[in-house]
Ligand binder design. Structure first.
Ligand code: DQA
Length: 137
């Protein structure tokens, strides 16, 4: 089983950025824990602040991997291009958000990814990534 977590803009700042919303753990430390927890899964991680790089990564993994766990962060609410990439690839995509996007500003309620995602998890903190992995097992 080959899965990849793809994180979008500003998620490289996890642990430092708005900790009251996103928590105080860095994603690198959390990812090491995930790898220990899911030893039998080939789990990789990619982060980019650049929309086109996220699209390129989706194309690269999207006909080969068993699943993508995608937190496109702010691009979720704006990017027709990432939405089209999710639609265009074969690999199922689970959309994840750390915060409850529906309890926040109106502009965070819209997702260009959700219509073509296998499922969406939001509001469970970093645990959402763990639940997303479990959804592929
Ligand atoms: C986020 C929610 C987005 O609205 C926001 O732009 C992010 C993070 C989340 O994980 O809660 O950067 O995707």
């Amino acid at each position: 089983m080959k899965l990849i977590i793809i994180n979008g803009p500003n998620l490289n700042l996890l642990g430092k950025r708005e900790p009251e919303i996103y928590g105080s753990a860095s994603f690198d430390d959390f990812f090491k824990e995930l790898q220990l927890q899911f030893k039998t899964i080939e789990l990789s991680y990619y982060q980019s602040n650049i929309e086109g790089e996220i699209i390129d990564k989706l194309h690269e993994v999207g006909f080969d991997y068993d699943g993508v766990i995608l937190n496109a962060a702010a691009y979720t609410h704006t990017s027709v291009g990432i939405g089209d990439a999710v639609k265009g690839i074969e690999t199922p995509v689970v959309e994840v958000h750390i915060s409850n996007i529906h309890a926040r500003e109106e502009y965070r309620h819209k997702s260009y990814i959700a219509p073509n995602a296998k499922g969406v998890l939001f509001g469970f903190g970093l645990k959402g990534y763990e639940l997303a992995i479990q959804s592929f097992l």
